[in-house]
Design a protein. Structure first.
Length: 229
């Protein structure tokens, strides 16, 4: 099978949706091959439920397929994919929490009694031996991220794990860039406090885009390396 460029590679901005609209038969399959793993990790880190993440990925590609008839290749296809995925998650989250407690958008952490418990998995998804040594550290990071309120957690996910620039996150969430930076700073500060100062509070400037500058602590990199497994 022909290698399909993955998101983040130099050739990843092949506009498969435009090609699909133009009648190329394999274009949508190439889109799925290129984006499925990344989107699975995106949804999994937001819900910590493998089955639910799989369902959300399926819903995402269905929305992209149905919406392709109205798609206009104005800008980057990746931005369009993330917009659909982000809106899908926000809608799903609101449906799962129909009567949430009133919370300020400035509130960074959920109350202890309002934090969902992380599911325990058994079976085939056992990490390889080299990942077992730092499993406790990654679990601590997982629990800490779970404590973040949804606005801060979504910004953290998009900036750190999805490597989206701040100006794009601003567009995806329809909030000012200053609000994105504030939520990112507060999320990292809260994670640092929960992890005993092990996370780096200072965002690092990206050489590719000065608006991106997500925090890249050693704990974050280790947890990210664990992927969605």
């Amino acid at each position: 099978m022909k290698n399909v460029p993955q998101p983040g590679s130099h050739d990843s901005e092949v506009d498969y949706l435009a090609k699909y609209r133009q009648g190329e038969p394999n274009a949508f399959r190439h889109l799925v091959d290129a984006w499925r793993d990344r989107m699975l990790q995106f949804f999994y880190r937001l819900c910590w439920d493998r089955d639910r993440a799989e369902d959300l990925v399926q819903d995402l590609f269905l929305k992209l397929m149905v919406g392709s008839r109205h798609y206009r290749p104005e800008g980057r296809m990746s931005t369009f994919v993330y917009r659909v995925a982000t809106n899908l998650w926000i809608d799903h989250y609101r449906q799962q929490r129909p009567r949430p407690r009133l919370q300020s958008f400035d509130q960074v952490l959920l109350p202890d009694d309002d934090t969902p418990s992380l599911p325990q998995f058994a079976g085939p998804d056992v990490p390889p031996p080299q990942e077992l040594a730092d499993s406790e550290e990654r679990a601590a990071m997982r629990t800490a991220i779970e404590r973040l309120t949804e606005p801060h957690r979504l910004v953290f996910e998009l900036a750190v794990y999805q490597e989206r620039p701040y100006h794009e996150i601003s567009e995806l969430l329809s909030i000012p860039v200053g609000t994105v930076k504030s939520r990112m700073h507060n999320a990292v500060a809260a994670l640092k406090q929960m992890l005993g100062g092990r996370a780096d509070e200072s965002p690092r400037e990206s050489t590719r885009d000065s608006a991106r500058d997500p925090a890249r602590a050693s704990n974050v990199r280790r947890f990210r390396a664990g992927g969605a497994g």
